[in-house]
Design a protein. Sequence first.
Length: 270
Amino acid sequence: MQDEKQFLQDYSLSDYERPSVTADIVAFKLRRRDSENYRQNVQTRLSLLLIRRGGHPFKGCWALPGGFLNPGETIEQCALRELEEETAVKPASLMSIGLFSEPNRDPRGWIISNAFVSVFGSEEVAQRSGDDASDAQWFDVDFTLEPDGGYVLSLRHEDTCIRALLSEEKSRFGMTSFTVRDSGTLAFDHAKIIAAALTALRGCAKDFEMIFDFLPEKFTLSELQNVQETIMNISVLTANFRRKVANLVEETGEYTQGAGHRPAKLYRRR
């Protein structure tokens, strides 16, 4: 009877077809819009980092940062490397949102993508294009449910507007998948990945997970509430919000400073 050592000696991976493996990263941050009226709340928009592809396929189209897994690295290491190579942005952490393995999702062949969400909390995050990306920009994100039951994904940067249409496919174990009806000018199946990432992010924000990652170490309760409202695209009663987060934060004993603004207490996450 053949033992394991002999089995491994006789075994050849080349006898079997294998897919290539990639990592795609959906990187979010909140873009601040300051009002000239200090009495008004700070307005923010959820933004998404895209790169313009410098080569085929989908040359010139906007896409998520990402690329192929190299020998000897984990898929998480691949995601971190590709994001930094293509955009010069380096995240502190990644959250996996699943595999995308439709047989024809990539015209180059059988390629499976591992998708990740990353969150940036600083307005100072600066991007630049590199590697095989000819450009890298932050796009404001809108993701809305239409009366017909379909979803519209809109991405805007200056005069560029990308509009994709999707349908909800299924929801299992808290994860929702989508079918792309029209990808607009987004490359590959990246509209589908972005929709799944937004759904996952909103789920985390509803349970107060990840919203702290968009903020500095010290923040006001209004800033914290604004993060949740921006991500979920809803308005929340202030009293209800503060009651729900009371056990998640603690006072620092410090206050905001700034001409024309009433000082507000600064908090930190417990």
